[in-house]
Design a protein around this ligand. Structure first.
Ligand SMILES: [Cu+2]
Length: 689
């Protein structure tokens, strides 16, 4: 018999046992200008539209310790009908913000311009979809655009540029949503790719004075690239890429240049039967993109947002993970997405290194564990997501963990790790200074299949690579499912933000559909987690270190805690987007003690293991309960600079957050209760008694 009175309380998982020294501690949620400021306000442009506080869909820690972020699905709340038809005319370009939690209450800066500087270079003034009948009819594009364009080109067919969207309202022609971002060695944030929303064909359009919007939605992958300069909080346009890319991925290479992988030129009415097949590398010194092409082996079929990682052999590793949606994002030759592969930036060619143990995974998180000297191998950890190439995402989320070792010769070996306590799709991951890994956020199934039916997983888990165990930690309070982001702050706390779901069931305005469906609101709030290591006693301090270290350079770190320090780390500043952070990495350094207050550490040997750019320098102090990290100093790797390194956060205690957030009407409680009933019924029916 079912005892409804005995149902578990509101959250999906109960509070795990233990004090903050075991499960850590979360701040209250806080959002831009607090709960006293309405979350959404009239756009003030004569339309009936609202403009809401942006939600952190993509984020990056800046060199001064502030956090840059921008949202996605901006103005979805203004959609007036089913989103496939009303999203393109109603959506707007995403908005960026800079969040400062270094001291005192959180503060925000609105960059100039708030929407960035993306523009669609493909738009021709006055252009209508009927003006490009070949493109609209799906005539093959250029080689590299996708499977069709490359195949057609190899047969000698003439090239056609298939992506020239109509000149519709400009409010959403340069959306940074679905771009990727990474931090360049000079500290600027590169944002490449993105979205131009339009109707294809554009039959009726409210913005043109028509009574309704009629036409099927389309997103064009933008060629646009922009740079955000933290010194002035301004955007400037960068040279556009050759290929339009929606959901590409950027990774910094051994020389500090960013290479973009994959993405699609048109998502919904795909004319290419696949994604962009060539990579491009951005050269910041000349503001140019170089197409990496040296023959057919330079092309490959990758899923959307392929989780590329720079491996210790100096090549980019594809871990068989991306966003493998159904019914979109599939490709004729998508079987290749289930294989581990390398892209060699020197030869510009791909090679296959074998089948991934669980095949292709969608919406899984991938992070390399802390590397140790002599950095001759890397262990890449992957968890959760759904299995299979498109439409593998129709399957429920899985709890599986795999550990893939890649050595300096490119040999790849696999082992299985412990299962998560909670299967999760679209979880974020944060590598911590004690070597443990936090899996946080996500939902119990792919939220793109039927938005509003996914139950948020609110209990994060901590993985210990030494014991191969996941343990639950304190739950956060808000749903963080589709488009969440998590990152390590320079004070070694974890910032969690974002939730920008699609409208429930692809319906109209993006708001709660009410019970029995899960919470489906955009959430611009953040929460900050203090990990257990911050409750183990006084933290060590770094009183001085130089601002830049060259490869292999021995450098001094002054600290009154030198005698107690048992590890010195460099951790690359994070830049997560769409639950991927390809540049996230940590390296333990060799070091010796010189007197009571000085450590002499050796910088990593090369860009293959530590690509140039900004890193957190952290020292860990021994304690009986485990390591206690210092607050980070910001150190540039790859170039010597004797000036003192900045420490953006005070030593102790962690800077307070102290902000407030609009309460959310959380129908996930009802949805979770329903799910609990289903679980009880399933057990009662199927489990042996
Ligand atoms: Cu997305």
């Amino acid at each position: 018999m079912l005892a409804f009175g005995a149902l578990p309380p509101a959250t999906v998982a109960a509070q795990p046992d233990g004090g903050p020294d075991v499960v850590g501690q979360w701040t209250q949620p806080f959002e831009e200008n607090g709960s006293a400021t309405p979350r959404c306000q009239p756009a003030g442009d004569g339309s009936n539209d609202m403009v809401c506080k942006p939600s952190a869909v993509e984020a990056a820690v800046l060199g001064d310790g502030r956090v840059f972020y921008f949202n996605g699905l901006e103005s979805q709340e203004n959609a007036r009908g089913p989103s496939p038809f009303s999203l393109p005319p109603s959506s707007r370009n995403s908005q960026a913000r800079v969040l400062d939690v270094r001291s005192g209450p959180p503060r925000w800066v609105v960059p100039t311009p708030a929407r960035g500087t993306h523009t669609n270079p493909n738009i021709k003034p006055g252009h209508q979809s009927a003006d490009d009948p070949l493109g609209a009819a799906g005539v093959p594009g250029r080689p590299g655009d996708g499977f069709v364009g490359s195949t057609w080109g190899s047969l000698g067919g003439p090239a056609h540029d298939p992506t020239s969207s109509p000149d519709d309202p400009a409010q959403n022609d340069g959306d940074m949503f679905c771009a990727d971002l990474t931090t360049l060695p000079d500290g600027k944030v590169l944002i490449a790719g993105g979205t131009d929303w339009y109707d294809e064909p554009s039959v009726l359009d409210r913005h043109q004075g028509d009574p309704a919007d009629v036409g099927a939605g389309e997103v064009e992958g933008l060629r646009s690239a922009s740079l955000f300069d933290p010194a002035s909080d301004t955007f400037t346009p960068a040279a556009p890429m050759k290929y339009g890319r929606w959901y590409p991925h950027l990774v910094i290479g051994p020389d500090g240049n960013a290479t973009t992988f994959g993405g699609v030129t048109r998502l919904l009415h795909s004319t290419q039967l696949g994604n962009v097949r060539r990579t491009e590398t951005y050269h910041a010194d000349t503001n140019t993109w170089e197409e990496n092409y040296a023959g057919p082996e330079s092309e490959n079929e990758l899923p959307l947002m392929p989780r590329m990682i720079l491996a210790p052999n100096g090549q980019f590793f594809y871990p068989a993970v991306g966003q493998m949606w159904g019914p979109f994002g599939q490709a004729v030759d998508e079987a290749m997405m289930a294989f581990f592969q390398f892209f060699d930036p020197k030869t510009k060619k791909w090679s296959v290194s074998g089948a991934a143990p669980l095949g292709a995974r969608s919406g899984a998180f991938v992070v390399p564990l802390t590397m140790t000297p002599p950095y001759d191998h890397m262990v890449v950890m992957t968890w959760g997501g759904t299995l299979g190439p498109p439409p593998g995402s129709w399957l429920p989320a899985n709890p599986f963990t795999t550990l893939t070792t890649i050595d300096a010769n490119g040999n790849v070996a696999n082992r299985t790790g412990a299962d998560l306590h909670h299967a999760r799709w679209y979880s974020s991951g944060v590598l911590l200074p004690d070597g443990q890994v936090l899996a946080v956020g996500g939902g119990d199934k792919d939220d793109v299949i039927d938005p509003g039916t996914t139950i948020a997983v609110k209990t994060p888990e901590l993985y210990d690579p030494v014991t191969d165990r996941w343990s639950e930690v304190a739950p956060h309070s808000r749903d963080r499912v589709y488009h969440n982001s998590a990152l390590l702050l320079p004070d070694m706390r974890v910032l969690l933000g974002g939730n920008a779901p699609l409208a429930a069931h692809y319906g109209g305005a993006n708001q709660d559909q009410g019970r029995p469906f899960a919470n489906n609101d955009n959430d611009p709030s953040f929460e900050i987690w203090s990990p257990p290591y911050l409750f183990r006693g006084p933290r060590p301090t770094i009183t001085g270190v130089q601002k830049g270290v060259g490869y292999g350079e021995a450098f001094a770190i002054t600290t009154p805690d030198a005698g107690l320090v048992d590890s010195v780390l460099l951790m690359r500043t994070p830049s997560p987007e769409h639950v991927a952070d390809s540049d996230q990495r940590a390296l333990k350094l060799e070091f010796t003690r010189r007197g009571a207050t000085t450590l002499v550490a050796t910088a990593p040997p090369s860009g293959d293991v530590a690509p140039p750019g900004a890193y957190y320098l952290v020292v860990n102090k021994r304690s009986l309960q485990g390591p206690i990290p210092s607050v980070a100093r910001m150190v540039d790797v790859g170039r010597t600079d004797p000036a003192p390194a900045l420490q953006p956060f005070p030593d102790e205690p962690p800077a307070p957050s102290g902000g407030t957030a609009t309460p959310d009407e959380n129908t996930s409680r009802a949805a979770a209760a329903q799910q609990a009933v289903a679980t009880v019924v399933r057990r009662w029916l199927f489990e042996p008694r």
